[in-house]
Design a protein around this ligand. Structure first.
Ligand SMILES: N[C@@H](CCC(=O)N[C@@H](CS)C(=O)NCC(=O)O)C(=O)O
Length: 110
């Protein structure tokens, strides 16, 4: 498996891989609204970065966005698909449900 280039490697904390487009923007908007510090890693589509072997280890679909969350204990979680990423951010960072609904409530499914 290809090594992630150092300038594209995730850092401790929340990392969002994206570009200026609607799906990645969903995550940066959510992170901003929740006040979560994050490291934004720009993916250059013209250079073909999303389809590289190293990015396939993060998102095998070769699309943006993706999240790599490196916890304080060094464990990490990788999530792709913007809907799944939003659910992950809500679960991890919106414990008070300021932006999301509790899973058991009808509002969640709506
Ligand atoms: N269903 C995916 C769609 C992701 C998607 O298509 N992202 C666009 C940017 S907004 C992309 O990566 N396009 C590059 C490509 O399809 O090769 C999601 O919601 O994350």
């Amino acid at each position: 498996m290809a090594t992630i280039p150092p300038e594209k490697a995730p850092k401790p904390g929340l990392n969002i891989y994206g570009r200026a487009a609607v799906n990645p923007d969903k995550l940066t908007i959510a992170a901003e609204e929740l006040g979560i510090p994050y490291n934004y890693i720009h993916m250059d589509m013209l250079a073909g970065e999303p389809k590289t072997e190293w990015y396939a280890s993060i998102n095998p679909n070769g699309r943006m966005p993706a999240v790599v969350h490196i916890n304080e204990d060094g464990t990490s979680v990788t999530v792709f698909e913007s809907g799944s990423c939003l659910l992950y951010l809500a679960n991890e960072f919106d414990k008070e449900h300021t932006l999301s609904n509790p899973i058991a409530k009808p509002e969640y499914w709506t």
